[in-house]
Design a protein around this ligand. Structure first.
Ligand SMILES: [Ca+2]
Ligand SMILES: [Ca+2]
Length: 245
């Protein structure tokens, strides 16, 4: 009987502690501009009028395939931070894990302080959301749904082939921050699809802590000499084939 009471009391304590912890986690606000102004300013300085441009002198950045982003078991919880936006649309940012259902990260990526500001925008520059940790090596996809008043556009994703005209709408760059010894992925998103798109990839810019991605393999592009060699071989082959015909 006594042990049963102790067990009940212990269980209640555990539940109460868990509730308290959950309450604290929800109440805690993440903001990179306040928590690490230098890092926020670095990321924000990449948001240019055209495209997400990273100065050539920053060597610790590598362009990633945005369709390969993933959380690796044991990494820190995934945190998504709003860096800036230059969009007239009120965009919805969402994510999915391992191709599962989409969950909203930011329901309205707009702010009174951003490049294309909205007075009633809900975000402050640098605001963050924790997506938490996942089970094992997890593929993470991000999506953007443009909205304007009562209009909702087609959702754009990290896989170019699923987008209108098969065009990429996300660009991703890795960044190693020596100050905190952490890997980041900075993502720039273009929200206008089709031929009217200005392809500046600054309509929504976010920085994500706790994920990695596969570099875009630039070494696969053949050297001019190799290319000439291949053309030469192809030409020889064609001549041989014509002779045989
Ligand atoms: Ca805006
Ligand atoms: Ca744009």
């Amino acid at each position: 009987m006594k042990s049963s009471i102790v067990k009940t009391l212990t269980t209640s304590l555990v539940v109460a502690t868990a509730l308290l912890t959950a309450g604290t986690a929800q109440a805690q606000t993440l903001n990179l501009k306040q928590d690490n102004p230098n890092l926020y300013n670095t990321f924000n300085s990449w948001v240019n009028a055209e495209r997400l441009t990273i100065p050539e002198n920053i060597v610790n950045t590598i362009e990633l395939d945005p369709a390969t982003l993933r959380w690796m078991s044991g990494a820190a919880p995934v945190e998504v931070y709003f860096i800036n936006e230059a969009a007239a649309y009120r965009n919805i940012l969402s994510f999915s894990a391992n191709g599962g259902e989409k969950n909203v990260v930011f329901g309205d990526v707009s702010s009174p302080d951003s490049i294309k500001r909205e007075a009633d925008g809900p975000l402050a520059l640098g605001d963050g959301v924790s997506l938490g940790s996942f089970e094992g090596d997890t593929q993470l996809d991000f999506f953007l749904t443009p909205t304007f008043r009562n209009w909702t556009g087609k959702t754009l994703g990290t896989k170019a082939e699923d987008n209108p005209l098969g065009l990429p709408h996300f660009i991703a760059k890795s960044y190693f921050d020596a100050g905190t010894n952490e890997n980041w992925v900075v993502i720039g998103i273009e929200d206008i699809s089709g031929e009217k798109s200005d392809r500046d990839f600054n309509d929504v810019v976010i920085a994500v802590r706790g994920i990695v991605g596969t570099p875009v393999h630039q070494e696969k592009v053949p050297e001019p000499m190799t290319l000439l060699g291949l053309v030469g071989i192809a030409a020889l082959g064609a001549t041989k084939l014509r002779r045989q015909a």
